[in-house]
Design a protein. Structure first.
Lengths: 629, 263, 234
């Protein structure tokens, strides 16, 4: 019995930091309507800065002062980020806001390694809370008790802040009706900045308070952000009480999940989240959100199938690509195969994101599932390659069918958070379930059959499949289904009013995209000869997003170009610098802010400008409307 | 008037929110080819009523019968399948698609080809799309991006989309809101002509009394969730109660509460 | 002049809504902006306080051109705005709603305190801690006006204050507007109800289909039944 009580208390203690970070995310979202993906990064910086300060400053005052100062310092960094970056993208489509803050996260990961080094840092114990309390023979660290008290205290302080101060009243008013607050003379800019500062302060404090419990390391941002997303999805985005209740719930589920499913404790959290989503899609304490801004929609540029000349050009390009083995060496061919595989991955996400308007932040899950599918079939069942290639992607298909069913119940930022959380769950399973997946060691020795084993043959295989997949998805874009999918993206209201069951259409698109990604993953497993949890990790999901964005999220063929350019750049970059995440993150931020149309989008715009002396612009505004007066 | 069974029959429709009765026992019927206007002051329950007819809202009690079938509580997409076209107060169209594609999506849906992955949508029933666009006078705009259209043209496109499933009934929520005066007249004349030609019943809400009195065959006046008057434009105009709550107030000839969209 | 509007044009998406709107308000004056629903009254107000993204024209308030200023600066300058459909913060209490509107004292405008406002709208004083969402329509309308007065404006744009209110509340509204005028607040009130407008206004403009088609005193308007009937009646 005592054991369970201790387990319960450990869960409560873990909930404190989770609650701080989640409430910060919720507060920021409530007013700015931005889901701050960089929130985990602020949490991590908070931990690192607190580590340094508590090392430098001595005594109890130094420790606690260092914790608070760290949180304040990181909040100031947040202010700069808000003023320099976020103010530029408050009116941008959601997807771009998510991506920009994600870019920040990547940059921060490399920056902390630069400043603090790659090794785990173990912080000081908290003065006054070094020991443990005996509870019927079980030890409870006294610092855990401190955290258990701290959670409700912070909840109370936040409650007072929002209920009893003018600032809190203004924030609550702005959460409900921003324009009206401005119409009463409140400067929204500074209100937004201050809200962001408070949210970041909470995240950084959450990170700083973790140092006596856990080592500080440069991957803690992603771990916390995924948990936070799960918390806000369960608790309801925008609700502080919801954040508290859900943080406790998730922490307890984790604490007890280990007892029930020791290998895959995360399953329990997933099940609870699934139930909550079905019963209350906006979370336990959340409210239905108004319709989200459309993901694409920066331009009005209807898509059209390729003309016969363009088809010839595409064929010629393909034929040229096919001649690569005639003059390139083995390394170049393996790079070529990898690029072709990433074209498959990118077009699969493009189908979901650009055509369907559903920006998945966890698309790598289905790519990785395809890869694991191959590994299971080839290594364990010993099936021949051709059979594996046909069956392996089915694992991606099944994963997409299960997760997609839940994901399409939501849209916009909720969809993005949920897909990310799902992907992380799949990753955790691959990581934890060592007996089946080999855990961190992966599954090795997945080699292609002899007919495809030589680098040139494998390259042709990859290129051929990539071409087939691209053509098939293009046909789908211009099929009746593709039109229906675009219709659900452009106007859910109108789609419903002409008999379209949007959820079913979107679910189908999710499964198609997941299966296609699985095909890419299957080839990838054969290319590398092995499968690791990284094959379904977050950074791979981000790669896919950037490829689509770089090519042009509003174009039909951008993903192909984006994948080729990005993958080539990426491979080159990794060979040139150790700071690839910093460069990549900066790159994402720059694309979002100054180059949101992507490569193909820019080319299309230039072509349009050249072909028409007077661009279509907006004749609608110039056109006078007749008057009867 | 009551020769054939009505295409739309509403019986005792009731809805309340948090103890406030938005709609109380509203009943009426609509014949094929008839144009019926639903008017009343703000908060009279018009929108709630309308939403219950098209499936966006579920009544607490009462029944909606479309073409003899009970559609109470059915989803909008199911109601559409029975032959009900809709237009919205603020136009809802597919902004990134061309005018023709907008109509084609509706045609695809009507033909139940939504899950066809390999057909060619750009060539899907172009002749019918062209016919519909011609009908609303948008024939020359087929290849224009929908997002570039002037507001009046969007309204006409919506009408073409609404006609794509060969509806028996058109539900139009403030069809002329936000339009220029001449466009209002044109759109309603067009709607009336089509409705009479094809014997389509039309139910619309509207705040522009010029439109209502010129085109409605019959008018229903709602106030505080109740039907307070029903009849021809002349009858409604002359009804003292309607004048009191809606058209004009008591002794002051000019004063009136008009209802409708924000300016 | 307290407020001068010249050549104001506004668009909402593809729709051109206001066409060269122009009018003036003198110090201490109550001016009615009359017109049917959809004529462009609310858009005119929203354009003046900078809530319409696509607008052009000159708006001079107390001698300063504010047409390019952000909304909060215009309002802080003393130009208050009471939107139609009330738009109170339903999750906030009466007291908190008033707090959002609070601005520092202004030299050229009357100073309003909560006590003074509760004297003007006695109902509000009795429900200080009630959430805005649990008030009747009339009480909400009073709260929006009181909220804007907390900013100590020298001019108030009142959008359809009598809309959807019972006659008794409308009478209270008339009294409140007269008190505001007596205190020295200039007012532009948009109305469809000529009867109500006549009780409070010095002058009136008629707006029809996005254009100003009449401007004059209430007496002049009464002398032109043709105009009155053409634009305000059926």
């Amino acid at each position: 019995m005592a054991f369970y009580v201790v387990q319960f208390l450990t869960g409560l203690a873990s909930a404190a930091s989770l609650f701080l970070v989640a409430s910060g995310l919720s507060i920021i979202f409530g007013v700015t309507r931005i889901v701050n993906f960089a929130h985990g990064a602020f949490y991590m910086i908070g931990a690192y800065v607190a580590f340094t300060l508590t090392e430098r400053l001595s005594g109890a005052f130094g420790f606690w002062g260092g914790i608070v100062m760290a949180a304040i310092a990181v909040a100031l960094i947040g202010v700069i980020v808000e003023m320099v970056l976020l103010r530029r993208i408050y009116h941008a489509p959601e997807l771009f806001q998510l991506l920009a803050t994600f870019g920040l996260t990547l940059m921060v990961e490399d920056i902390v390694v630069l400043v603090w080094g790659p090794d785990d840092l173990v912080g000081r114990r908290a003065p006054g809370f070094r020991g443990a309390v005996d509870f019927f023979g079980q030890n409870i660290p006294s610092y855990d008790l401190f955290l258990i008290v701290l959670g409700p205290v912070v909840l109370g302080i936040l409650w007072l802040l929002f209920q009893r101060t003018r600032w809190g009243v203004l924030v609550r008013a702005a959460t409900q009706d921003r324009d009206m607050v401005a119409a009463l003379g409140v400067n929204q800019k500074w209100l937004f900045t201050s809200v962001f500062a408070v949210g970041v302060f909470l995240a950084a404090l959450g990170g700083a308070l973790q140092i006596p419990r856990d080592a500080v390391h440069h991957a803690m941002d992603l771990r916390i952000i995924v948990e936070v997303f799960v918390v806000v999805v369960i608790g309801g985005l925008g609700s502080i009480v919801g954040a508290f209740v859900a943080a406790v719930l998730v922490s307890e589920l984790n604490a007890f999940g280990i007892l029930i499913f020791p290998k895959i404790s995360i399953i329990l959290v997933f099940l609870v989240m699934a139930v909550v989503l079905i019963v209350r899609p906006w979370g336990l304490f959340g409210r239905p959100e108004a319709a989200a801004r459309k993901t694409p929609g920066l331009t009005v540029n209807p898509w059209r199938p390729l003309t016969s000349n363009e088809r010839l050009a595409a064929l010629a390009a393909l034929a040229m690509a096919a001649t690569l083995p005639l003059f390139a060496g083995n390394y170049a061919l393996s790079v070529g195969s990898e690029i072709a595989i990433f074209v498959i991955f990118a077009v699969s996400l493009h189908f979901l994101m650009s055509v369907g308007g559903l920006a998945s932040f966890g698309h790598a899950a289905y790519f990785g599932l395809g890869a694991y599918g191959i590994a299971f079939l080839a290594k364990m069942a010993g099936l021949p390659m051709i059979v594996c290639l046909l069956l392996g992607p089915l694992l991606g298909c099944v994963g997409a069918a299960v997760f997609g069913f839940f994901a399409v119940q939501l849209s916009g930022v909720y969809f993005a958070m949920l897909t990310l959380a799902f992907a992380q769950i799949v990753w955790s399973i691959a990581f934890q379930w060592v007996s089946v997946t080999g855990g961190d060691n992966g599954i090795l020795g997945v080699w292609p059959s002899s007919w495809a084993a030589s680098p040139s043959r494998f390259y042709w295989l990859s290129l051929g499949v990539a071409a087939l997949v691209t053509v098939a998805l293009r046909i789908a874009v211009f099929s009746p289904f593709g039109y229906a999918l675009r219709a659900t993206r452009d106007s859910p209201l109108r789609s419903e009013a002409i008999g379209i069951d949007a959820k079913r259409i979107q679910w189908t698109a999710f499964v198609i995209a997941g299966t296609t990604a699985g095909i890419g993953g299957a080839l990838f497993a054969y290319l590398k000869g092995s499968v690791f949890p990284d094959n379904l990790g977050i950074s791979l999901s981000v790669d896919a997003l950037v490829m689509v964005l770089l090519g042009g999220v509003e174009t039909v063929s951008g993903a192909v170009i984006g994948a080729i350019v990005y993958k080539a750049l990426n491979i080159w970059l990794v060979s040139q610098t150790d700071l690839s995440k910093l460069v990549l993150g900066g790159f994402i931020v720059v694309i979002v802010v100054v180059f949101p149309k992507g490569i193909v989008g820019m080319l299309e715009m230039l072509a349009q400008r050249r072909s028409k002396a007077s661009p279509p612009g907006s004749p609608l505004l110039a056109k006078p409307i007749g008057s009867a007066e | 008037m009551n020769r054939a069974p009505p295409i739309l029959a509403v019986e005792g429709l009731t809805k309340s929110y948090g103890g406030i009765h938005a709609v109380r026992g509203v009943s009426f019927a609509l014949q094929a080819g008839e144009i019926l206007a639903l008017i009343g002051p703000n908060g009279a329950g018009k929108s709630t009523c309308f939403d219950m007819l098209n499936g966006q809202n579920r009544p607490d009690s009462g029944h909606v019968r479309l073409l003899g079938e009970d559609t109470t509580g059915k989803k909008p997409r199911e109601i559409w399948r029975l032959g009900v076209g809709r237009t919205f107060q603020i136009t809802a169209t597919f902004a990134t698609m061309t005018v023709r594609e907008n109509v084609q999506v509706a045609l695809v849906s009507h033909a139940r080809k939504l899950f066809n992955l390999f057909g060619s949508a750009p060539n899907f029933d172009r002749s019918e799309a062209a016919r519909l666009l011609e009908l609303v006078g948008m024939g020359g705009y087929a290849d224009r991006p929908c997002g570039e259209l002037a507001y009046g043209d969007l309204k006409r496109l919506e009408l073409a989309v609404a006609l794509a499933n060969q509806p028996k009934l058109l539900l139009m929520d403030e069809p002329t809101a936000g339009m220029a005066p001449r466009e209002r007249v044109d759109l309603m004349r067009l709607t009336a002509t089509i409705a009479r030609e094809k014997s389509i019943g039309v139910l619309f809400t509207e705040h522009d009394m010029d439109v209502v009195f010129e085109h409605a065959d019959r008018i229903i006046v709602l106030n505080r969730g109740n039907v307070i008057a029903e009849g021809s434009p002349a009858e409604v105009r002359g009804n003292p109660q309607v004048q009191a709550v809606y058209l004009g107030e008591g002794l002051v000839y000019d004063a009136r509460h008009r209802d409708g969209a924000p300016a | 002049m307290k407020l001068t509007v010249e050549g104001l044009n506004s668009h909402y998406g593809p729709a051109h809504i206001l066409f060269d709107i122009g009018f003036e308000v003198a110090d201490g004056e109550v001016v009615a902006l009359l017109g049917r629903n959809g004529a462009g009254k609310s858009t005119t107000f929203r354009s003046i306080v900078g809530l319409m993204a696509q607008r052009s024209g000159r708006i001079v308030f107390e001698g300063r051109d504010v047409s390019a200023r952000p909304t909060h600066e215009i309002v802080r300058g003393g130009l208050g705005y009471v939107p139609e459909e009330r738009r109170i913060f339903t999750d906030l209490t009466v007291d908190e709603n008033l707090e959002v509107g609070r601005q520092p004292k202004r030299a050229n405008a009357p100073h309003w305190t909560r006590e003074k406002l509760f004297a003007l709208f006695p109902n509000l004083g009795e429900m200080k801690n009630r959430p805005g969402g649990r008030m009747s329509g009339g009480e909400q309308q009073m709260l929006t006006i009181a909220r804007t007065l907390m900013g100590n404006p020298s001019l108030v744009l009142l959008d359809e204050p009598s809309e959807g209110l019972s006659p008794k509340i409308v009478e209270q509204m008339v009294d409140a507007i007269r008190t505001m005028k007596k205190e020295g607040v200039s007012i532009v009130v948009s109305e469809q109800n000529l009867h109500f407008a006549r009780l409070i206004s010095d002058r009136a403009y008629i707006i029809e289909r996005g254009r100003i088609c009449f401007g004059g005193t209430m007496v002049e308007l009464d002398a032109r039944p043709d105009i009155r009937d053409a634009h305000l009646s059926l």
